[in-house]
Design a protein around this ligand. Sequence first.
Ligand code: PBG
Length: 336
Amino acid sequence: MAERPQNMAIGPYPSTRFRRMKASDARRRLIREHVVTVDDLIWPVFLRDGEDDETPVASMPGVSRLTIDRAVKAARRAADLGIPVICLFPYTDISLKTELCEEAWNPNNLSNTATRAIKEAVPEIAIMTDVALDPYNINGHDGIVRNGRIVNDESVEALTRMALAQAKAGADILGPSDMMDGRIGAMRSALESDGHHEVAILSYAAKYASAFYGPFRDAVGASGLLKGDKQTYQMDPANSGEALRLVERDIRDGADMVMVKPGMPYLDICRRVSDAFEVPVMAYQVSGEYAMIKGAADRGWIDGDKAMMESLLAFKRAGCSGILTYFAPKVAEALA
Ligand code: PBG
């Protein structure tokens, strides 16, 4: 049995009564260990083409794909609420999806055009972008598919081109979510040689092959196309120690921050990573987590606002510096 630390000051009842410090709001606030603030939030936003319009995502009640002008307004509102980062995910029309995913590095694609528009109108919010080929891939995968296999090194070349295009458009933080090997190093050296010394990388380092991404794939229009699954590049949900090796590798290769994804089912990983490395750790409360909380709340089965705040607090307790959450504007309003 593990030895109890000497400083565990627990006397026998009744000298120790935990209820004493729970007896009033003032006392509870005094000893509160963790807090969620607006500074912890990254808001993922879905984009579509067109003007002054939006399309609700059926599996994510309350979330819509926004046209760029509406995304600019949303970014303005987010910045006014104090949200530090907005993260862009484009819904790409099927006509632009190809085998080689060329639209991914088009300087005028939806994501890059939105980046420039938001930068111009709301310079104080940081813009994070997604580096992965799935929105542009006719096969729905994050990497290029050849003869039914996701090819690593050719995908890394494409992803690096994509990352450079995003940096040129003005992205502040790149979020490689593709899980190919070698991508962080390739992107970092391309960014350095192209003069983008201050573009940060938030690596999706411990990203699991998860069923909780379903609603997101609807939102970006990738669900129908995906052939097979992502198990040859995303992590096995049965693994834990591998997450530490992936995080170590990505830090060494040039990541400024690392992510654990999904969030709530992987709080143990958040804790292990934040204990093991002095690096900012972000958790992604993914689409399926959002859908579960929102779906139950909309039916009156749980108190949605309380469940939302409690779920975010869990990430802070597990050692995370920040959280990507579709609830971000709601949380910011609740905290204001
Ligand atoms: C794709 C990507 C995914 C998410 C973010 N980037 C889905 C996937 O890997 O299939 C999931 C986000 C969410 O579910 O909210 N590169």
